[in-house]
Design a protein around this ligand. Sequence first.
Ligand SMILES: [Fe+2]
Ligand SMILES: [Fe+2]
Length: 288
Amino acid sequence: MDIMATGLYNVVARACSLPPIPLVAVQVMRAVMDPDTSAQDLSKIISADSVLVSRILKVANSAFYGCTRSIKTLKMAINILGFKTIKNMVVALSSKSMYSSTSEAEKFLWEHSLSTAFASQLLARHVGLGASEDVFICGLLHDIGKVILSDQNPRSYGRILPDYIKSAEPIIGYEKEQFGFTHAEVGGALCRSWKLPEELEGAIKFHHSSALNRLVELEPYMGKLSALTALADVLCNKLHHGAKLPLATYHKTVDPLCDLFKFSTEEIQEYLNRIRDIMRKEKSLFQM
Ligand SMILES: [Fe+2]
Ligand SMILES: [Fe+2]
């Protein structure tokens, strides 16, 4: 299935000049696929980027992973968390360099993205995606299209983005009018140009679709991943890790997703508490 029609992909790619995937991420993806790669080899590749090493250690030591002993070296992180988790972290954290440290809106988006990634991972087991490698990275990259659009259109999109974030008005309508495509489609196109799995591309592209559309249009795993990301997204907005969401808007999005995944109101409240808790403990992960 061609998730993003080639015509649309070309339009987005031409209009946005999608940033290249960092070399270290390409090398790590290649190494993880090679059965002969050792922890030592992987550690050597990642060590070329000292900023990335410190980011990986921060995330690996976050309360989220709940390791009983502190992870002091990259090799230790690789041995404890495994190749695939580290690969996902490298790809996801590579995206951090795309966020501007001087833009309040982009700082806020980074916080929102990380919160969505943690929330997705917390919710994943309940929806049958506990073993999925794509959950965290999908949460972290779902709104990357906003960063790309903001950087490339600082006087228009970049200027209005903070207002949309504050008011929690959906920005998709403005994006369609202004560019002919949305930040979700830009994020999907970035996944394709980075040669990430098609499931990620589709899940990100459809993260603002209705629950029903997702299930009808996408294959089951992709649809579930997309719906999970949408649920994590709206819960983070409810916690103001992102937009300040009005209650009516919150229920319009969250209710169909809860029906879909059979979450009770009490369970959602419990997850909201856990997400809030993780984020409170992990303030340092947001420093740009
Ligand atoms: Fe979004
Ligand atoms: Fe979002």
